[in-house]
Design a protein. Structure first.
Length: 153
C-alpha cells in the first residue's frame, strides 16, 4: 500500500480569533514542494474571511476526481495506441444534503473533451470503454460517497 502526505498550515498572526472574523486562508504543502493557496469557499464563509482566489476543499475534491480519471484515461489510451493531443474537463461538484441529512458533495460530473490525432482514431465505443475503465480504476472516485458521472463531450 502507498501513503500520501499533505501538510495544511494556517497561522493566526495578529488578527483577532474569537470574533470569528479571522482569515481562513492557509497553505497546502505537498512532498514534491508544491504549495497551494487554500481557503474556505466564499459560499461557506463570506469574503473577506474567505479568499475567492484560493482553492477551497470542495474544488480540490472535484479537481482530484477529474485529474485521477484523466490520468487513467491517458494511460489506457496510450496502451491502446491512440494519440491524445488534448484533454479538457469542466468538472462540476454539487453540494446538498445526502441521505443522512448531512451537507456533502452529493454528485460529481466529469465532462471531458478529448482530441485525438494520428492514424489510429478511437470510435465512440472505444472512447466509452476508455472512460468506463478509467472510472472503474480511479482511486479517488472509488473513495467518494458521492456518485461520479462521466459525460464525454
Amino acid at each position: 500500500m502507498s501513503e500520501y502526505v499533505a501538510t495544511v498550515e494556517w497561522t493566526r498572526g495578529d488578527q483577532p480569533f474569537t470574533d470569528n472574523k479571522y482569515s481562513r486562508a492557509h497553505d497546502w504543502r505537498f512532498d514534491g514542494g508544491a504549495v497551494v493557496w487554500g481557503s474556505s469557499a466564499p459560499g461557506s464563509v463570506p469574503i473577506p474571511m474567505s479568499d475567492p482566489t484560493a482553492v477551497d476543499p470542495e474544488e480540490a475534491v472535484v479537481a482530484a476526481a477529474s485529474s485521477c480519471h484523466m490520468l487513467f484515461f491517458l494511460g489506457y489510451a496510450a496502451k491502446a495506441g491512440f494519440t491524445v493531443d488534448r484533454y479538457v474537463d469542466e468538472a462540476v461538484a454539487v453540494m446538498g444534503r445526502d441521505e443522512r441529512g448531512k451537507v456533502a458533495i452529493t454528485a460529481i460530473t466529469l465532462r471531458p473533451a478529448v482530441a485525438f490525432s494520428g492514424d489510429l482514431l478511437p470510435d465512440d465505443a472505444a472512447i466509452a470503454d476508455l472512460h468506463h475503465r478509467s472510472h472503474e480504476h480511479c482511486y479517488v472516485a472509488n473513495s467518494l460517497r458521492a456518485p461520479v458521472t462521466i459525460e464525454p463531450r
